[in-house]
Ligand binder design. Structure first.
Ligand code: NAP
Length: 419
């Protein structure tokens, strides 16, 4: 029995909420709160009569800490699930501390305004010190460790698929398969086709920022940064087939390098089709991916926000997306003095997801782990106080929950390695 406040009602949140409502014995009461109240009300209506979870809705601007505090104080949840955007992470963490409630999210903090001079100064120092230039990093949320520890609260960071399940796969490999892990390759393949020449599978602004940034990987104790999309490999994915994939910077590399200190190299690859890459390059070249406001016919517009308004809503891709995703981790290392390799991954079918929760597999593969992470916190299976990423917790109950609630694991002890 628990009361949960979910902030956000977009593609990922809608899946997480629908999955919470399948586990009413734990998620007995749920408040869906977001910027646009009608989205929350529509979802509540769609779930009426299909769940025993008691659902309420609320409007909130999660950029305003006092609004979030008022909402938490009036609803009194056991847990706040932040499934809005990474821009709101710090505000919602502050509100959770002020109201003494546990926190979780699915993506690490990045600022909405990357031209803010105060943020930029810290960012530029971090780029020099650490050697990667992505806008997001864990330092902002790790700075809350002491505050959460002192308050006796848990903050679970990045509990989607990647980040999220990929780190649980690493913790699982470390616990059951290896004495020492030398290399980790995280492979994210979307073999789905939505029939559009160009669309993003989750929030376009967050997605395009991530993909157009320089790539980087962890090697021998430091970051190696490369121009965007400059390392390409081919891989034959189970149930999907041969795909081109590109090395990207990704947030879980940072926490894995810290929490699996013996690891020599960690890389992240994501598949992209040629049409996506050609469109993205063109949009970038003409300035449409810029976050800097411009004057246009007497109005101020932010190019990437205008682009978001033109692109299909990711939540609308569900009915038209066919094919499968395959996301997982390939490891090499040592067990009992011998070299070994191991691959653990999940295959998820876009149309199966749509039949179950009216969403494509990208939102599904993020929303289900968010629900399972909340389940771990609410049932006390994950209860280490402080600010933590997924690999810091016991992977076994979490992977069991994923097996049960729609994202079962597959394994190979003789995987083809990525060169
Ligand atoms: N870990 C992973 O594997 C993974 C994968 C994909 C996505 N993600 C993360 O999942 C999160 C959600 O992504 P999504 O694709 O669901 O995005 P989305 O469809 O754009 O949904 C975002 C939701 O947040 C709401 N929101 C935005 N600003 C708000 C504010 N100031 N106050 C209150 N609500 C606000 C939006 O409200 P409106 O309806 O008013 O716009 C919308 O309901 C993002 O943080 C994304 O980075 C993680």
């Amino acid at each position: 029995m628990s009361r949960v406040l979910v902030i956000g009602c977009g593609g990922v949140a809608q899946v997480a909420i629908r999955k919470c409502c399948q586990v009413s014995e734990v998620f007995s009461e749920l408040c869906i709160a977001s910027r646009t109240l009608s989205k929350c009300d529509n979802l509540k209506k769609a779930l009426e009569g299909k769940t025993n979870t008691k659902i309420t809705t609320a409007q909130v601007n999660a950029d305003n800490v006092n609004e979030v505090i008022d909402l938490i104080n009036s609803y009194k949840p056991d847990l706040v699930m932040n499934i809005a955007l990474p821009y709101q992470d710090l505000v919602i963490m502050d509100a959770c501390l002020a109201c003494h409630v546990n926190y979780m999210d699915t993506a690490n903090y990045e600022p909405e305004d990357t031209d803010d001079p105060a943020w930029r100064e810290i960012y530029e120092k971090r780029c020099k010190e650490k050697g990667f230039s992505a806008y997001f990093d864990y330092s902002w949320q790790w700075a809350y460790r002491e505050k959460f520890e002192k308050a006796g609260l848990v903050a679970l960071l990045g509990c989607g698929f990647d980040p999220g399940v990929t780190q649980a796969y690493c913790a699982y490999a470390k616990k059951h398969e290896f004495d020492e892990i030398d290399n980790i390759d995280i492979l994210d393949c979307n073999g789905g086709d939505h029939g559009y020449a160009f669309a993003t599978n989750f929030n376009p602004e967050v997605n395009l920022r991530e993909v157009s940034a320089p790539g980087s990987y962890w090697e021998d104790g430091h970051w190696v940064e490369i121009p965007a999309m400059s390392i390409k490999r081919e891989y034959n994915f189970d149930k999907v087939g041969m795909k081109d994939m590109y090395l990207l910077h990704h947030e879980e590399i940072e926490s894995l390098a810290l929490n699996i200190p013996e690891v020599k190299r960690i890389r992240f690859f994501m598949t992209f089709g040629q049409s996506y890459l050609t469109h993205m390059k063109c949009l970038e070249d003409v300035g449409m991916l810029s976050t800097t406001p411009i004057e246009f016919e007497g109005h101020e517009i932010v190019p990437i926000k205008f682009l978001k308004a033109l692109l299909p809503d990711p939540a609308s891709l569900g009915p038209r997306t066919h094919g499968k995703t395959n996301i997982g981790c390939i490891f090499s290392g040592k067990k009992d003095g011998k070299e070994k390799t191991y691959y653990i991954y999940n295959v998820c079918d876009h149309q199966e997801c749509y039949k179950e929760v009216e969403s494509q597999a990208i939102s599904y593969t993020t929303g289900v782990p968010a629900m399972c992470g909340a389940l771990m916190l609410l049932t006390g299976k994950w209860n280490t106080i402080g600010v933590h990423t997924v690999e810091e917790f016991d992977p076994d109950p979490f992977l069991d929950a994923l097996d049960k609630y729609g994202l079962p694991r597959s394994e190979s002890h003789e995987p083809v390695l990525v060169d």
